[in-house]
Design a protein around this ligand. Structure first.
Ligand code: NAD
Length: 485
């Protein structure tokens, strides 16, 4: 990809070659700040996905047979090359996603860190011996599945793309990756780097729409292991497609409507500050882990609502390339329309709009997918604002009075991704942490991920855990050997 020309043209990586789609069709990627065309990537068809899976199948035996240490060395080289290209990748990532530059540098760094982290496990892909009978020896081996399919969403494309490679490759699988269609450019840059570092076919990247490209990958009979990050409806579609294609191991990292629970012993200023930070406005609230439901005790409620509205009103919306900006545009036209529909529905619902709710005023915001950071208070469980994931810069605030009540409120959606509990009473915090049905809980914390600490959702927020050793093992299947002595 020539990142210096005005219009970028990314390619797919299949079998070590940078290629176009067999159909000759291209997808446009749009700068969400201006709605101008930024570049194009191939629109993969099922035939392209089949080519990629075939290349991955052909490359897997040699990759799986490498010394684990040799695979680790190549992953570290990949991490290093990514770091060397940070500035180029960062620039494209910010323009393509709309996420603000001040925070996105950490995404590129985390991509390298995750590759290094899984490389460090090269001697840990081990089985067990089991004393199941007195005379004989029983042991297990961990073997790679073969070809792993990974499909990722639009909000952190380079970070998710690199993360998607690390654990499966370390375990000896080869990978076919399908990046998001609305911010696909950084993944094509990763493809160029993979081509320089890895043997042909070990990583294959097919750009394109969910249907046909993602669907073809999920249902391909040679892809035994599929991992998806994205929305609940797509997660369900992937489970269906996978089941129609064969018997597969499917893991899903899906959406959230995450409660931040503030107890009455907290300072309202502190709660307001955390509530705004937990919304991840730096990427327009487009984060599965955004604490988009703030549940505040009645004693603090009015003070917190007032302070949150004041803080949100001060956020600087503008050019995501400007390091002083707090929030950029939403990622795409479709997503912008969806977020505006939720805001309109919120206005009709009886909830109180206390900040934002409009396209920002001013000439520069009339084109592009701009929405003010928005806060509704007096949100109740019957409202759509409470129940559905907006995945945008919209915070919903609700009130509670008793611990029994807030326990029920916290668990009152289909989601169970994260929860944040704020109190100075550790007993109270731990009791609540046990009650809440969420895969990832922070006590006096929010949003931050720690490499090595498992992340994933309960209920409809997903299946499986990533970011720790469990993820590595999830890319292996156990073979048992009984040695009859
Ligand atoms: P999405 O589900 O619309 O799309 C995600 C990916 O799936 C894209 O690459 C898309 O092309 C592909 N896809 C769409 N339809 C498909 C189909 N039928 N078969 C196969 N692939 C298909 O999600 P999005 O709008 O890109 O991302 C937002 C969602 O992702 C939110 O719900 C958010 O919470 C979730 N998310 C979850 C995590 C997590 O770790 N749990 C992290 C980030 C985002």
């Amino acid at each position: 990809m020539n990142v210096h020309s005005n219009l970028m043209r990314g390619h797919m990586l299949i079998g070590g070659e940078l290629v176009e789609s067999e159909s000759g069709q291209w997808l446009e990627s749009v700068n969400p700040a201006s709605e101008e065309t930024l570049g194009h990537v191939p629109a993969a068809t099922a035939a392209d996905v089949n080519r990629a899976v075939t290349a991955a199948e052909a490359a897997q035996p040699a990759w799986g047979a490498l010394e684990p240490k040799a695979r680790a060395k190549l992953l570290r080289q990949l991490a290093q090359k990514l770091r060397e290209n940070t500035d180029n990748i960062l620039r494209i990532e910010v323009i393509d996603t709309g996420n603000t530059i001040s925070k996105m540098r950490a995404d590129v760094a985390s991509a390298g860190d995750t590759l290094d982290y899984y490389a460090g496990f090269h001697s840990e892909i081990k089985g067990e011996t089991i004393p199941a009978s007195a005379k004989n020896l029983h042991m297990t081996l961990r073997e790679p599945y073969g070809v792993v399919g990974r499909i990722i969403p639009f909000n952190h494309p380079i970070k998710f793309a690199a993360n998607a490679l690390a654990a499966p490759l370390m375990a000896g699988n080869t990978v076919v990756l399908k990046p998001p269609e609305t911010s696909p450019l950084s993944a094509t840059m990763l493809g160029e780097i993979c081509r320089e570092v890895l043997p042909a076919g070990v990583v294959n990247i097919v750009t394109g729409l969910g249907v046909p490209a993602g669907d073809a990958l999920a249902r391909h009979p040679a892809v035994k292991r599929i991992a998806f990050t994205g929305s609940v409806p797509t997660g369900r579609a992937i489970q269906r497609a996978a089941a129609e294609g064969g018997i597969k191991h499917v893991t899903l990292e899906l959406g959230g409507k995450n409660p931040l629970i503030a107890f009455p012993d907290m300072d309202p200023d502190k709660v307001a500050q955390i509530a705004v930070a937990g919304m991840n406005f730096a990427w327009q609230g487009q984060s599965c882990g955004s604490t988009s439901r703030l549940l505040v005790h009645a004693d603090l409620y009015d003070a917190v609502v007032e302070r949150v509205a004041a803080l949100v009103g001060k956020l600087r919306v503008g050019d995501p390339m400007d390091p002083n900006v707090d929030m950029g545009p939403l990622n795409s036209r479709r997503h912008f329309d969806k977020v505006l529909r939720y805001i309109a529905e919120g206005r009709r619902s009886g909830a109180r709009l206390v900040a934002g709710g409009e396209r920002p005023a001013g000439e520069r915001f009339q084109r592009g997918f701009w929405v003010q950071p928005t806060v509704f208070s007096d949100v109740t469980p019957a409202m759509t604002l409470w129940k559905e994931e907006i995945f945008g810069p919209v915070l919903s605030i609700g009130r509670w009075s008793t611990v029994t009540e807030v326990s029920a409120l916290a668990n009152s959606t289909e989601f169970g991704l994260t929860a944040a509990i704020w109190t100075r009473d550790i007993q109270q915090a731990l009791r609540m942490a046990k009650v809440v049905r969420a895969g990832h809980v922070w006590i006096n914390g929010y949003s931050r991920h720690f490499l090595g600490v498992p992340f994933g959702g309960m209920k409809n927020s997903g299946i499986g855990r990533e970011e720790g050793i469990e993820e590595l093992f999830s890319y292996t299947e156990t073979k048992t050997i009984n040695i009859m002595l």
